[in-house]
Design a protein around this ligand. Structure first.
Ligand SMILES: Nc1ncnc2c1ncn2[C@@H]1O[C@H](COP(=O)(O)OP(=O)(O)O)[C@@H](O)[C@H]1O
Ligand SMILES: [Mg+2]
Length: 349
């Protein structure tokens, strides 16, 4: 609804009441003098109109608008604090219009906030559900092995050692989940302090490749490191966290890679940025899943991921770490062709 300006409103109301008053005066005049005087009638209308207008304007300005103004400032004080508390003169902007705008704005902001709270709440519920679901599997496994051992299996040399080892493996899995959860919650709450130093990323990648070669060899996957020169590339970063990123990405390329496949790690230095690329020719990810792979617990194929010891938290952690370093991360993939993850770090050159 378009609001009416104070003065227009007063004019209309004054004209209306002045007309009624003039009709009354003209009627009385006719009764008393027995004739109709047009000039007296017009004069009466003019005086009534001016008086009505002045009275109405005075009432609006001093009583009604003082109250509306108070309401407006109350609305404004409820609104975000960053909105400057600029005084607007009554003559400049109509108070009702201003109040109306203020209330509309406030209601928009509040509904946005409510929507955000609802999103956070459903995210929290989903997260709790995921955590308990992830932990349930290893817990039930451990319970199963131990119960069998208690029920006499402990004396059966064909299974006792095997079951204990399996229970131990499930405990390792639980530890991995809890460790990942701890890292992600530290990253999300912002309590994780980066321990930044200047170091050579080339050497770090070489070390990581060496440590993962054995796992890659199981699938006969070749880990290839491509760089323009042998010169060190210095970055200013938390080496422990960046190691976590690289291990996660290269491990993914192996886990979701094909037998006899290849993972190529490229490092390039551009002005103030170091760009690292981890490219594989593995199973790839369908386009529809791509926007969600950085979400906590999101896995394209849950069974396959669990089978490979994945928690679904790897890429979420990776993204948090890179963003904490003010870098960017991007994933490109084509089903049955392969995946490329690229991230940037600030160079220290
Ligand atoms: N290199 C890759 N090739 C194919 N799929 C991948 C690759 N990296 C990640 N994914 C998909 O993204 C999901 C999430 O990855 P991640 O967060 O590391 O969890 P996970 O613990 O399952 O490895 C994986 O479950 C997998 O489906
Ligand atoms: Mg992973």
């Amino acid at each position: 609804m378009k609001s009416i300006k104070t003065s227009t409103f007063c004019i209309v109301l004054s004209a209306f009441s002045a007309t009624l008053q003039t009709i009354l005066i003209a009627f009385l005049n006719f009764k008393i003098n027995q004739y109709f005087d047009i000039s007296v009638t017009l004069l009466a209308f003019f005086i009534a109109f001016v008086l009505n207008f002045l009275i109405l304007y005075f009432i609006f300005r001093n009583f009604l608008y003082a109250k509306i103004d108070k309401l407006y400032h109350l609305v404004k004080s409820i609104q975000a604090k960053e909105i400057p508390n600029t005084e607007i003169q009554l003559e400049e902007v109509d108070s009702i219009e201003r109040l109306e705008k203020g209330i509309i704005k406030l209601s928009h902001e509040r509904s946005k906030e409510i929507e955000q709270y609802n999103n956070i709440d459903s995210y929290r519920k989903e997260f709790l559900g995921n955590v308990s679901h992830e932990l349930k599997t290893p817990i039930f496994n451990i319970q199963g092995y131990i119960s069998t051992l208690i029920d006499g299996g402990i004396h059966d040399s064909t299974i006792n050692m095997d079951y204990l080892k399996k229970a131990d493996k499930s405990i390792d899995r639980m530890i991995k989940i809890v460790d990942d959860l701890e890292t992600i919650s530290q990253l999300e709450v912002g309590t994780l302090e980066l321990d930044t130093e200047t170091y050579d990323l080339v050497q770090q990648i070489k070390d990581i490749i060496e440590s993962l070669e054995l796992i890659a060899a199981k699938k006969n996957i070749r880990l290839q490191f491509v760089r323009k020169s042998d010169k060190p590339i210095l970055v200013k970063a938390d080496s422990f966290r960046i190691r976590q990123v690289l291990v996660n990405l290269i491990t993914n390329s192996i886990k979701y890679g094909l037998e006899n496949g290849k993972t190529r790690i490229t490092i390039q230095l551009f002005d103030e940025q170091v760009i690292v690329e981890v490219k594989d020719n593995g199973i790839g990810i369908d386009e529809k899943h791509l926007p969600r792979v950085f979400e906590r617990f999101y896995r394209v194929d849950k069974g396959r991921s669990r089978e490979q010891g994945g928690t679904g938290l790897g890429l979420a952690i990776v993204k948090h770490i890179i963003e904490a370093h003010h870098g960017t991360i991007d994933i490109e993939s084509k089903l049955s062709e392969g995946t490329t993850v690229t991230f940037t770090l600030a160079s220290a050159h």
